[in-house]
Design a protein around this ligand. Structure first.
Ligand code: ARG
Length: 475
């Protein structure tokens, strides 16, 4: 194949303003320029763009499309640009639309014609898809580390509170006693699934679109496998039309992120409830709370409320991405430029929420076991244990349920808990009750009896925490 001849002298002004304006008889209007430009936000893709360009250029040199001299010039120029961006010296221009044209234009200014040859055998369509995947892959890896830190914080606290008794709720009514550790590990279980989802989605992010060019592929001899290897992609996107237009990877990520936020939001909701003076199950350190400008007594759990509130944004971004895609014919359409802001904000919001919740749990959350215990003692939380006791003595469960319901009503009228009723009272409802019943009616007896994998017995909670800790290193 023929090598494109290189003249390596810097040639700043030769690139038409936007890389495509030759076809047009008039410049873009001011308003159109602003409307069309994405550089204000997509400059976040700069280092991914440079990495993609380097891999592309090296491949073109290896297959003989670019000369060694051109490659050297491109490598030198991109390195210089990377430094300029890092130092904040790079001049971004809206007239150059997006991150890709800004960098290419600067490259040409620095190294001349070699810069113009970089775009051989590629299009911004496969370029932006590649950049977005590279950027998102890195973001997923960073979020996974953050998620792990939050999971570790939950496991640590759960281990400390494997024996701490609190009421478990259904319908937000006291249901049965559980341990605080068990409750915390429920969130760890959600986040462990989230980590699996991120890892699973990562494998579909990690496929290479480059080589698809505008939509149909390219007539140059390219080596996509080589580019994939250099950039750490696991596979090639298999169809060029799909490769330039597919944003499934972004939708899948946004869905995983939305679900993580839903889990954080549920936890945040619990923090709001637990920290309210009525519950008083936890206190949140002052540095994570705000006051009221009018009510001096207030300590508001703003972190939790903001996490809950920001969940709405992330769910909105998932919706935005789905709707963005739903009516696009093949292949690339400019609509796709609208994928960036939802994607970036999803990553930023999730990262912020994970960071502050982790810090809060590690350093600013003080459980109040006495309050939890008091609440568990008040709500007839061991009623099911009494029914199970009667069943073990031979009573059919439905009858036992009925008997206990009557005993609960009686205790309620007397203003005491089931364990506070004299044996004679309990025997009025069920003659087969004996002294042993009081062991069953204690909160400790209740949680200890749920002694199977997944149950709330302190021994099981300790085992679950250990298993979760071991699994942390695997996801
Ligand atoms: N800024 C564009 C985007 O984010 C880059 C691709 C533009 N491609 C095009 N044919 N105009 O999608």
């Amino acid at each position: 194949m023929s090598k494109i001849k290189s003249r390596n002298k810097p040639d700043a002004g030769a690139l038409p303003a936007r890389g495509w304006s030759g076809r047009f008889g008039e410049p873009m209007s001011e308003r159109m320029q602003r409307f069309n430009a994405s550089v204000d936000f997509d400059r976040r893709l700069a280092s991914a763009d440079i990495a993609g360009s380097l891999a592309h250029a090296r491949m073109l040199a290896a297959t003989g499309v670019l000369s060694a001299a051109d490659l050297a010039a491109i490598e030198r120029g991109l390195k210089e640009i990377e430094g300029e961006i890092e130092r904040g010296e790079f001049v971004w221009t809206r007239a150059l639309e997006d991150v890709h044209l800004n960098i290419e234009h600067r490259l040409t200014a620095l190294v001349g014609d070699a810069g113009k040859r970089l775009h051989t055998a590629r299009s911004r369509n496969d370029q932006v898809a590649t950049d977005t995947r590279l950027w998102l892959r890195e973001a997923v890896d960073a979020l996974t580390v953050q998620l792990r830190a939050l999971r570790k914080a939950l496991i640590d606290l759960a281990e400390t509170h494997a024996d701490t008794i609190m009421p478990g709720f259904t319908h937000l009514q006291v249901a049965q006693p559980v341990t605080f550790g068990h409750h915390l590990l429920a969130y760890e279980a959600m986040l462990a699934r989230d980590a699996e989802r991120l890892a699973d989605g990562r494998s579909r992010i990690n496929r290479l679109p480059l080589g698809s060019a505008a939509l149909a592929g390219t007539s140059y001899p390219i080596d996509r496998q080589r580019v994939a290897e250099e950039l750490g992609f696991e596979a090639l996107c298999s169809n060029s039309l799909d490769a330039v237009s597919d944003r499934d990877f972004a939708v899948e990520f946004a869905a995983a992120a939305a679900l993580i936020m839903v889990h954080l939001s549920r936890f945040a909701e619990e923090l709001v409830i637990w920290s309210s003076p009525r519950f008083g199950f936890v206190t949140v350190a002052d540095r994570f709370c705000t006051g009221s400008s009018i009510m001096p007594q207030k300590r508001n759990p703003d972190v939790a409320e903001l996490v809950r509130g920001k969940t709405a944004r992330v769910i909105g971004h998932l919706t935005a991405l789905l709707v963005l895609m739903k009516a696009q014919p093949l292949a690339y359409n400019k609509d796709n430029q609208e994928d960036k802001e939802p994607l970036f904000d999803t990553v930023d919001t999730l990262a912020d929420c994970l960071a502050i919740l982790t810090e809060l749990i590690e350093t600013g959350l003080t459980p109040v076991p006495e309050r939890m215990r008091a609440a568990a003692s008040e709500g007839f939380a061991t009623a099911t244990d009494l029914a199970d006791y009667l069943v073990r003595k031979g009573m059919p469960f439905r009858d036992a349920h009925e008997v206990v319901a009557r005993a609960v009503r009686h205790a309620e009228q007397k203003g005491c808990d089931l364990a506070g009723l004299p044996l004679a009272d309990l025997q009025r409802f069920a003659p087969l009750v004996d002294e042993g019943v009081f062991r069953v009616l204690t909160l400790e007896g209740s949680v200890a009896s749920r002694d199977h994998p997944g149950g709330t017995a302190p021994a099981q909670v300790r085992a679950a925490a250990k298993a979760a800790r071991a699994a942390l290193d695997r996801t």
